[in-house]
Design a protein around this ligand. Structure first.
Ligand SMILES: Nc1ncnc2c1ncn2[C@@H]1O[C@H](COP(=O)(O)OP(=O)(O)O)[C@@H](O)[C@H]1O
Ligand SMILES: [Mg+2]
Length: 241
């Protein structure tokens, strides 16, 4: 089976007044459909930069990335936007819900922009799956932090049109208390299993990293180490990299 996500020798540099600054150096990775990957590392190690590049939000200065079989590094912004609309969901650390829209309107926005006539129905369905069927008409300020994070997750899952989705989440539990954090994580893995979505999570939590099939540890823009986890109590040898 072809990989859902593959990156080959990614490096990313940005210009500064003191010359180019290397944010990422020589990162390669691969993830099969339906699998989960955790990315951990100290603050400033390049996790968010890497996530944005892998999701096609930005372009690396060197290296190649394939998403669902398409080489996004060979595309312009418009073509990458089309790939994102087809298969990418992104959960931002700070939710990034629009304050003037209700929960349902926030979740339906990406599918509406795609021209989906059933955007409202799909949004209600995904909000039901995250346990917020009774909060469709609430505005973000009327929701708790945990509820807002669940809206952001419903929006990410509703945002791609195909079955072939990949969901990127940047510290999805970073601003939640332990109880709500646990619920959000359970939810991500449930939706991952139900809809065979591929997951890429940036996290500070070892416990969360341990639930993923594989785990990359980053330091100063480089991969410092990688593990494959046993899956469903199986052997490491049964896990496909
Ligand atoms: N556009 C940019 N210009 C200059 N430095 C940046 C830029 N984006 C990120 N950085 C720096 O790159 C490093 C990695 O950032 P980031 O990917 O956000 O790390 P993490 O998510 O692991 O905390 C940080 O030191 C950050 O300050
Ligand atoms: Mg970050």
């Amino acid at each position: 089976m072809s990989a859902m996500l593959r990156a080959e020798s990614l490096s990313h540099r940005v210009p500064t007044s003191e010359g180019p600054l290397t944010l990422l150096n020589n990162i390669s990775l691969q993830l099969a459909r339906g699998e989960s990957l955790a990315i951990t590392g100290a603050s400033g190690s390049g996790k968010s930069t890497l996530l944005g590049l892998l999701a096609g939000l930005d372009r690396p200065t060197e290296g190649r990335i394939w998403l669902a079989g398409d080489e996004i590094t060979a595309m312009d912004e418009e073509q990458r936007a089309a790939v994102r609309a087809r298969c990418v969901g992104f959960v931002f650390q700070t939710f990034q819900l629009l304050p003037g829209l209700t929960a349902q309107e926030n979740v339906m926005l990406p599918s509406e922009l795609r021209g989906d006539r059933n955007a409202a129905g799909r949004a209600a369905e995904f909000l039901g799956r995250v346990g917020l069927e009774h909060r469709l008409g609430h505005y973000p300020r009327q929701l708790s932090g945990g509820e807002q994070q669940r809206v952001a997750i419903a929006r990410a899952f509703a945002s791609f049109s195909g079955n072939d989705g990949i969901l990127f989440a940047d510290e999805p539990t970073g601003s939640l208390d332990a109880g709500n954090g646990e619920k959000v994580i359970d939810l991500l893995f449930e939706l991952n299993a139900e809809s065979a979505t591929t997951l890429v999570l940036v996290t500070h939590e070892q416990r969360l990293a341990e639930r993923c099939h594989s785990h990359l540890r980053m330091a100063a823009g480089e991969i410092q180490g990688a593990d494959l986890q046993p899956r469903d109590g199986g052997n490491l040898s049964e896990v496909s990299a």
